[in-house]
Ligand binder design. Structure first.
Ligand code: NDP
Length: 283
């Protein structure tokens, strides 16, 4: 029996059983969910992420459009474009691919996107609702992790969940979602004393640190479920995560690979959010 928790396979399953039928139902009502990605500048990694998003939109028979801007675009022009997108009823979701050039304020960009079209789930209104356990457009990586845990049948109620990392886009929201699912949650960060003591307690361990292979066999409990959010390109060109996969894989119950783990689920969650936003627009 494999103990690999494949995001790629889970993504295919979710598309087939959940997302594609929802898109078909919307189309039957005359609505095609549409995502717009605003891409600024010439960032190779961003361009690759955007291609992934377009690929998944096509798989779900949705519409997607990339609006490209030169690095020199002004903040006012970007905000003006977002206002226009907010007012366009044919567009259900919009994201601004990060990072953006330094002269553009990320908080201003995020707060200009209408909360009901904020399919990245970064607007303060959506984050507030996520923490309160209210329906909202949830940040994509945490939402994708929760979908994977649910699809794998991982019991969260009463489980010890340990999150390493406290970023606004991964660590904090996944900790809130795990808490809302009745896990007992510990969040660790760079000032945590004795990290191993905490990670060893975890039934569910989520690592979002941004340090290649920092978590190894010494950090994990036998039978744990390990979710590796990190993604890094090594010198030999291969990708790896924040977890030393080879050292951990034979100890744990389930582990997400890199690549093919959290990454595809993040993109699927973006697509799901766009469908959710389109569904809201017709009710
Ligand atoms: P950030 O850099 O924003 O946050 C990293 C967190 O790790 C911080 O909270 C930091 O603590 C903590 N940290 C750093 N060093 C240590 C340490 N030695 N021990 C314990 N905690 C530590 O990263 P992100 O959350 O944005 O991303 C994390 C990783 O996930 C990156 O590799 C990123 O590329 C990847 N990622 C992947 C996604 C996907 O879809 N697959 C999506 C988003 C991110 P402190 O707050 O104290 O500084």
């Amino acid at each position: 029996m494999t103990n690999i928790l494949s995001g790629r396979d889970t993504a295919q399953h979710v598309i087939k059983t959940n997302l594609a039928p929802r898109v078909a139902a919307l189309k039957a009502k005359g609505v095609t969910p549409k995502l717009v990605v605003v891409l600024i500048g010439d960032h190779a990694a961003s361009a690759s992420y955007v291609r992934q998003k377009e690929k998944y939109a096509v798989k779900c028979a949705m519409e997607s459009e990339v609006r490209r801007f030169d690095e020199s675009v002004t903040e006012a022009e970007v905000l003006g474009e977002l206002e226009a997108i907010n007012a366009d009823d044919t567009i259900h979701g919009v994201i601004v691919q990060l990072p953006v050039p330094k002269h553009i304020s990320v908080p201003k960009v995020l707060s200009t996107i209408a909360p009901h079209k904020d399919v990245d789930g970064f607007h303060a209104e959506n984050i507030g609702k996520l923490v309160q356990g209210e329906p909202c457009l949830q940040c994509c990586t945490p939402k994708g992790i929760m979908t994977m845990l649910r699809e794998s049948g991982t019991e969260l109620s009463g489980a010890n969940a340990v999150v390493v990392g406290r970023s606004n886009i991964v660590g904090k929201p996944i900790a809130a979602l795990l808490l809302n699912a009745n896990a007992t949650v510990t969040t660790c960060h760079s000032r945590t004393r004795n990290l191993v003591m905490h990670t060893k307690m975890a039934d569910v361990l989520v690592i979002a640190v941004g340090r290649p292979q920092m978590i190894n066999a010494d950090h994990v409990k036998e039978g744990a479920v390990v979710i590796d959010v990190g993604i890094h390109r090594m010198e030999d060109g291969k990708l790896c995560g924040d977890v030393d996969f080879e050292s951990v894989k034979d100890i744990v119950k389930l582990i997400t690979p890199v690549p093919g783990g959290v990454g595809p689920m993040t993109v699927v969650s973006l697509i799901e959010n766009t469908i959710e936003a389109a569904e809201k627009s017709v009710t």
